[in-house]
Design a protein around this ligand. Structure first.
Ligand code: UTP
Length: 301
């Protein structure tokens, strides 16, 4: 883990569920895992790993599938590739690869989810591999960019709250509630919204609010026993939302409004927005983007 992180954090483990089928991105995801799709030149999983390391996470647990071994190859260091790059004078990119990669001495676990039985089931697969205390869960296809990492912000807020489940939350259009877990908010105080309930994908007319849960969670360890009792829910999958709901009476639930911008990179539109956003910040791409915009205007005129 990063040497420059000096703060104490009780959230020591990050779980990365990466075993899904990625059907919305087929055929691209037939052989390339969704989590390795790039935003320009950086795969989604790399952003999530960087966010977790910046937040001071000690152990990284990847819940993957045997057909997605490319994820492990990306995540771990490749000394032979770096040596080849250096021999060709490409020391800059070799150094970046080394900085990005997890090293054999790092606290990294790969556990397999043999069938895509749902996000809740994926988290349950990590049960025997986590360090004591609350765990973070990061969904790499929700890319969150901003001056401060979303997980760092959430861990700071969790330190104030002290316990329970804390989920990243974002306001969505009422018409969109059917695509999200939605919080039944009881009280709002700054960035933290206490919730008395959570409903998976409610219709707009029955949604208890428009405060949606997105892909970052800090979960009290009761989540594992609650998941182990969980029956398959919506879509025949074991839903994380249902197990979170089950724990509310005992440990509480709150939503956290993060400062960054979220891109739903599990969808084509969200991925396109992310690529355009990152390209706009990249000097190499900015001119292409502006030129493309100008050409489009000329063509349309
Ligand atoms: P998604 O539902 O967005 O991913 O899960 P998906 O099922 O792979 O994609 P679509 O909807 O078919 O396009 C969010 C995260 O949870 C993981 C996915 O890999 C993704 O990172 N996941 C999902 C699992 O690890 N296991 C599962 O059974 C389901």
């Amino acid at each position: 883990m990063r040497d420059d992180h000096s703060g104490f954090s009780a959230v020591r483990t990050a779980i990365f569920p990466v075993a899904g089928l990625g059907t919305r991105f087929l055929p691209a995801t037939k052989t390339t895992p969704k989590e390795l799709l790039p935003v320009l030149d950086t795969p989604l999983i790399q952003y999530a790993i960087d966010e977790a390391r910046d937040a001071g996470i000690e152990r990284l647990v990847f819940v993957s599938h045997p057909s997605k071994s490319a994820i492990e190859r990306h995540v771990m260091d490749d000394a032979a590739l770096r040596a080849t790059l250096c021999a060709k004078g490409k020391d800059g990119i070799a150094a970046r690869l080394e900085a990005d990669a997890l090293q054999p001495g790092d606290d990294v676990v790969f556990v397999m989810q043999d069938a895509p039985l749902g996000l809740g089931h994926a988290v349950l697969c990590a049960r025997n591999h986590v360090l004591p205390g609350p765990v973070a869960v990061l969904l790499p296809d929700d890319l969150i960019l901003g001056p401060q990492g979303c997980l760092s912000e959430m861990i700071a807020a969790y330190g104030q709250i002290g316990a329970g489940h804390l989920v990243a939350a974002e306001e969505v259009a009422r018409a969109a509630t059917g695509s999200y877990g939605i919080l039944d908010v009881s009280r709002r105080a700054g960035a933290v919204s206490s919730a008395r309930g959570i409903v998976e994908k409610p219709a707009p007319e029955t949604a208890p609010s428009t405060t949606a849960v997105v892909g970052r969670y800090i979960l009290d360890p009761v989540i594992f026993s609650d998941l182990s009792w969980q029956q398959a829910g919506t879509g025949g999958e074991i839903q994380l939302t249902d197990a979170i709901a089950r724990g509310i009476a005992r440990v509480g639930l709150a939503g956290f409004t993060f400062s960054g911008r979220r891109f739903d990179c599990g969808s084509k539109a969200g991925m396109l927005q992310a690529v355009l956003h990152v390209a706009g910040l990249d000097p190499e791409c900015r001119d292409v983007l502006h030129g493309f915009g100008r050409n489009r205007l000329v063509t349309a005129a």
